[in-house]
Design a protein around this ligand. Structure first.
Ligand code: TRP
Length: 338
């Protein structure tokens, strides 16, 4: 099994980021068997597809690396790196550009959503983004790619590209690329704003009280939970009773995700009780799980040197892993290199 996945570097990391992709990666790493490996990378090359600020990108890349390590990605067990230090990603993308079809890319919903009515004004990189993503995984013969539901179509495209390349340029018994399987986590808890249960928890919400940041200390976490918006009713005993109560549903969902329980189990425990009882329990659970992560994160974030060293080491390993496939792709295409 070879697991490969990427994440876009963003700053101001919060609980939603942790309970989304990051915790899932840590679990996969921890379940890896002898002879299997995870490669996790920061998709910094993908950031060029949208207007970006270079200093901000560097800071976000280091911050995301710090968060991954603080949350439990172990650079000794997993290969942790950023794309920009592994030129084979960009090289393989170019080789795959000969195989990917305009029609395929035109059907990508993320392209359609992000470009909107202004396709002519978009960067070429936004359009070819999924080809780079295909290169990211095909380079390492990924067998499994954990991604959110929104990335499933990009993974299907990677399979189509791999298949066409193998068909067009390889003999049947010696395909260059492995077709990767997406792993979509079952219903991931959608973590919503603490101020508005109908809006996603977001780094760009102007209110700090709307989110629990990874940098928050215990007091701040308790404060934010205490001030979280609720309604006057006690918690219901059944999940159906959360309908139409987005704030209550969100807090129960957060508790469930952190405790590794179903919301029904949380309500079996807290049903009938008011928020005066539930909030302190939730706050304690948050402090217990995020406390050690936050402490490590705050410390690592300031240590650019240590982070650079981790990423350099990971990139060296990734470059090694990618060489055979990149060479095979050049060879299959008849490109001469000495
Ligand atoms: N496009 C992915 C996202 O926005 C990030 C990503 C880039 C990725 N390359 C990848 C994910 C390769 C999985 C595999 O979430």
């Amino acid at each position: 099994m070879r697991v490969v996945s990427g994440i876009q570097p963003t700053g101001n990391l919060h609980l939603g980021n942790y309970l989304g992709a990051i915790r899932n990666w840590v679990r996969m790493q921890d379940e890896m068997e002898e002879g299997s490996e995870c490669l996790f990378f920061l998709a910094d090359l993908h950031a060029l597809s949208q207007p970006h600020d270079p200093a901000g990108l560097r800071a976000a890349t280091l911050e995301m690396a710090a968060a991954l390590v603080a949350c439990g990605i172990d650079p000794d067990r997993s290969v942790l790196f950023n794309q920009a230090q592994v030129p084979a990603h960009a090289e393989l993308q170019w080789l795959l550009n000969g195989t990917a079809r305009m029609g395929w890319l035109n059907r990508m919903t993320q392209w359609k959503d992000k470009a909107g009515k202004n396709r002519e004004g978009q960067s070429v990189a936004l359009f070819t983004y999924p080809v780079l993503q295909a290169a990211d995984v095909l380079l390492y013969q990924a067998t499994h790619v954990p991604v959110g539901e929104d990335q499933k179509q990009h993974l299907e495209l990677a399979r189509d590209i791999a298949q066409k390349f193998n068909n067009d340029f390889c003999t049947e018994d010696a395909p260059v690329f492995t077709l990767p399987e997406p792993i979509i986590p079952g219903e991931a808890a959608r973590i919503m704003s603490l101020r508005d249960g109908t809006a996603k928890m977001s780094k760009s919400d102007p209110s700090e009280m709307s989110r629990i940041n990874l940098v928050d200390d215990a007091d701040t976490i308790m404060q934010k939970v205490k001030k979280a918006k609720t309604d006057p009713e006690p918690l219901p005993s059944e999940v159906a009773g959360l309908d139409g109560r987005p704030e209550a549903a969100n807090l129960v969902g957060i508790f469930a995700a952190l405790a590794g329980q179903e919301p029904a189990a949380v309500l079996a425990q807290f049903g009938g009780q008011g928020f005066g009882a539930f909030k302190p329990a939730l706050g304690e659970l948050l402090v217990e799980t995020l406390g050690p992560i936050g402490a490590r994160f705050r410390q690592l974030k300031e240590d650019a040197e240590a982070l650079d060293a981790i990423l350099a080491r990971g990139a060296a390993k990734a470059r090694e892993r990618g060489v055979p496939t990149l060479n095979a792709a050049y060879r299959a295409l008849g490109l001469v290199r000495h």
